[in-house]
Design a protein around this ligand. Structure first.
Ligand SMILES: NC(=O)C1=CN([C@@H]2O[C@H](COP(=O)(O)OP(=O)(O)OC[C@H]3O[C@@H](n4cnc5c(N)ncnc54)[C@H](O)[C@@H]3O)[C@@H](O)[C@H]2O)[C@H](O)CC1
Ligand SMILES: [K+]
Length: 498
């Protein structure tokens, strides 16, 4: 698993590396600068004439070192001091003295010139407030020049914690960050200012955490090797039983997408409770689905309870609507289920009308809201939720002891008082009707096969995104539809199964 950090955690790792391991800050700075220069060369940027714009702190110090290294390699390089009035950090002072000794040209005012590359070393993880005045003007000038920009550590103006733009921000073509990806480079809008993101080892390693533990993670390819194992001597019952309550008279596709996804994940049996009209659609598209008594106008409560007790996991919500039958089903499942529940879509809208039901003891629950559903569940505004995905997911997870999968361009998966995952797979082509139904069925299918809910949720989100990435290569982003995703899931499972 890849560690992701906020500014405070990164500063702590910096500090431990310097104070505990006695690695000098100047060495780290030199290695950071060498890493930036190496990546500039590797990526083939035109270094005919380079302008390095430096702030007053150690990010600026990195930049001055980059300029001096390029200058000594024979590159026409100039340093522009973004704000010559402030006191410089020690690292910046040391690098400036070295650069002056080598004769690197240093400017204090912007000048129009035929630069072919700009290096942004104005602010790093030390950015702490809105950018205003001269520095804001300078950032606007950088963005207005039609010249590639390489950001040192993080695009200046982006909050490392949540990707917010603090007044204004440099639009980077590439970011060379050190040690660990910053949350703000992955969340939006920060991700839009980051460009191609490369993580470079400059000597700040996982050991720099000392006794502290990371809070934020992204799954990597080796984490996908933890797929459910399959034995020769097995039968369909060995791979889990999903009870899927989905689909109503006017939302038929949900049951098809969710059950197809559950089967594609490798689970053994999917019993579907759905509205009468969907039977034909479902049986043609997913003939393997077992159709239980449909929850039409009359709810056969005993039949539903029997099915809940049959299941290894219950998935409820996609397309069930919010009529009295749907409410009855949500209430019954929450009362009766002793197995994990995956709750999505309309089930969440029903839940939001009496959220306190989750304050009573309940079985393991994975909720998979999009920002609108999260806003209703948390009585917050959608814009607040979208701007605070991590905080909101963690807060809800802890308040109600649920695993919260908050779906957005960057899906966050918060385990109550445990890890928080940011998903780095998927694409905007997946922003299409039914994509959430597929995720619900996929997570249920993985859980039914014995993967613990707190692992099945982030794993399902990761596989869902990979499936979308694989299928978008065939269909294009515009053409990608939810119905394409189960085939993508099969390809992902095939690729990583042992
Ligand atoms: N610590 C190390 O050994 C290493 C650090 N690396 C690089 O250092 C930066 C972090 O440097 P820091 O000095 O903490 O802060 P910044 O350079 O990011 O910020 C400069 C300075 O700016 C002031 N400031 C904050 N917000 C504003 C604002 N809106 N307007 C004006 N001024 C502002 C604040 O006082 C800051 O101190 C890190 O990103 C790395 O690039 C090395 O790479 C590794 C070793
Ligand atoms: K920067």
């Amino acid at each position: 698993m890849e560690y992701l950090v906020n500014a405070r955690e990164m500063k702590n790792c910096d500090k431990n590396t310097i104070e505990f391991y006695k690695m000098s800050s100047d060495v780290l700075m030199e290695r950071a600068a060498l890493a930036v220069v190496k990546k500039i060369r590797q990526q083939g940027y035109d270094t005919t004439q380079v302008l390095v714009v430096c702030g007053t702190g150690n990010n600026g110090g990195d930049g001055v070192a980059v300029a001096r290294i390029l200058y000594e390699q024979g590159v026409s390089t100039r340093i522009l001091l973004a704000d010559a009035s402030h006191a410089y950090s020690d690292g910046m002072k040391n690098q400036l003295a070295i650069a002056e000794n080598y004769g690197v040209p240093i400017l204090t005012e912007w000048e129009e010139a035929a630069d072919t590359l700009i290096v942004d070393a104005i602010f790093g993880i030390g950015l702490s407030r809105q950018i205003e005045g001269k520095t804001a003007d300078l950032i606007r000038k950088i963005n207005e020049k039609n010249v590639p920009v390489v950001a040192v550590d993080i695009a200046s103006g982006i909050s490392a914690d949540n990707g917010a733009v603090l007044g204004c921000a440099v639009k980077a073509d590439m970011t060379v960050t050190f040690a660990f990806k910053k949350l703000g480079q992955l969340l939006y809008p920060g991700a839009d200012y980051t460009g191609k993101l490369f993580v470079c080892d400059i000597g700040i390693t996982k050991k720099s955490w000392l006794e502290k533990k990371p809070s934020y993670f992204a799954l990597e390819k080796e984490d996908l090797k933890n797929l459910p194992k399959r034995e020769n001597r097995s039968n369909k019952g060995s791979y889990g039983k999903v009870l899927l309550i989905a689909g109503s008279s006017d939302m038929g596709g949900a049951a098809v997408f969710a059950s197809a996804a559950a089967y594609a994940s490798g689970c053994g049996l999917v019993k579907v409770v759905t509205a009468e009209e969907n039977r034909t659609a479902l049986l043609t598209k997913v003939p393997e689905a077992i159709l239980s008594t449909y929850a039409g106008k009359k709810l056969d409560r005993n039949e539903l309870i029997t099915s809940v007790k049959w299941a290894d996991v219950v998935a409820i919500g996609p397309g069930i609507g919010t009529d009295t039958v749907a409410r009855e089903m949500v209430k019954t499942v929450l009362e009766v289920a002793a197995v994990p529940i995956v709750m999505d879509a309309d089930a969440l809208n029903i839940l939001s009308e009496d959220i306190n039901v989750l304050l009573r003891p309940h079985t393991e629950l994975i909720v998979t809201p999009h920002p609108g559903e999260m806003a209703r569940l948390a009585c917050a505004s959608v814009s607040y939720v979208k701007d605070n995905l991590i905080a909101q997911a963690e807060e809800f997870a802890r308040a109600y002891n649920v695993i919260c999968v908050l779906k957005d361009a960057r899906t966050v998966c918060a385990i109550p008082y445990g890890k928080t995952y940011l998903n780095l797979t998927g694409n905007h082509g997946m922003a299409t009707a039914g994509s959430g139904d597929v995720l619900c069925g996929l997570i249920a299918g993985l859980t039914a096969q014995g993967i613990q809910p707190e692992s099945a949720a982030p794993l399902g989100v990761c596989i869902h995104g990979l499936a979308g990435d694989i299928m978008a290569k065939k269909t294009g982003y515009h053409g990608l539809m939810a119905g394409d995703l189960p085939a993508g899931i099969k390809k992902v499972m095939k690729k990583f199964e042992i």
